[in-house]
Design a protein around this ligand. Structure first.
Ligand code: SAM
Length: 282
């Protein structure tokens, strides 16, 4: 008898994935965690009943939320990841040879430990990379207290529920701003506008007092159901978002690694927002 995982993130809509094999299930200090195998998406991590990442489609999300800011910036030495417990974001950021350090601030150590054990393909050794630094803390407190600075900050958080809620606040974005080097870039996991439109509107309003260029870019991530996934973009250096495909392409070539979704052309095109998402920014 097949067991089913049912995600009810949005009122009136749910998605079900067959749990062909449950690898681990635990209520940690912060959230309910389950890792299971599905015949289409491979291994799946869910937290508090919400799909976080899957072996099948994680490459789209992790490539777009890391390579777009890093290649748009062009001179990144240090990256801060808030959340990111599965290690996929760290894996992608560490592919850039020019990056000296990737710091990941994760509130729940169980996510890191269990993903390292049961979802190793996603971190793919990132946790053991000498340029990787793990901090177990609440990201919201961390950005208000640290004296360190970063060129790119990636918010790879859960949805604005439970421990992740604070990572969508204006106070948190202000804290991120203080941790960025001049011209640095903040990018965020910002939900699926068709079913979470308020997240785009709210982030736009809450980032705008602290950054002169606030925008969004999009990509389709199948298990984040509802169409485009939005990524928040905030910086004081408007030229970053205007980086052309040829400029980004040369930087990508010099970085010397392959990708499965990201291309310089997709990078540039991802900032072109359809009218229904533009309306959320009004
Ligand atoms: N790709 C996923 C998505 O788009 O929903 C996010 C994946 S990652 C597993 C999300 C991580 O954020 C989890 O490991 C969770 O523990 C962490 N997290 C949630 N709230 C946090 C906070 N306040 N500070 C640091 N990490 C947090």
């Amino acid at each position: 008898m097949t067991e089913w995982f049912e995600e009810q993130l949005h009122p009136g809509v749910s998605q079900r994935l067959s749990m062909d094999r449950v690898l681990f299930r635990e209520t940690t200090e912060h959230q309910d965690l389950v890792i299971f195998e599905n015949r289409i998406f491979g291994r799946v991590l869910a937290l508090d009943g919400v799909v976080q990442t899957t072996e099948g489609d994680e490459f789209i999300y992790h490539e777009m939320l890391s390579h777009v800011p890093i290649l748009a910036h062009g001179a990144v030495l240090r990256v801060l990841i808030i959340g990111g417990g599965d290690g996929g974001m760290a894996r992608e950021a560490l592919k850039h040879p020019g990056i000296d350090e990737v710091t990941m601030v994760e509130i729940d150590p169980s996510v890191v430990e269990l993903c390292r054990a049961h979802l190793p393909s996603i971190s793919a050794g990132a946790f053991d990379n000498p340029r990787f630094k793990l901090v177990i803390a609440d990201g919201a407190k961390f950005v208000e207290e640290t004296d360190a600075r970063w060129d790119v900050i990636i918010i790879d958080s859960t949805d604005p529920l439970g421990p992740g809620e604070v990572l969508f606040s204006e106070r948190f974005y202000r804290g991120c701003k203080r941790c960025l080097t001049p011209g640095g870039i903040l990018v965020t996991q910002n939900g699926v506008p068709y079913v979470q439109g308020a997240e785009v509107t709210n982030s736009h309003q809450r980032m705008s007092p602290h950054f002169s260029d606030v925008w969004f870019y999009v990509a389709p991530v199948p298990t984040y159901q509802g169409g485009h996934m939005a990524f928040g973009w905030a910086t004081d250096q408007a030229a970053h978002r205007a980086a052309t495909a040829s400029v980004v392409s040369e930087r990508f070539r010099r970085a010397g690694f392959d990708t499965r979704y990201y291309t310089p052309e997709v990078h540039v095109a991802s900032f072109a927002l359809p009218a229904n998402i533009l309306k959320l920014l009004a």
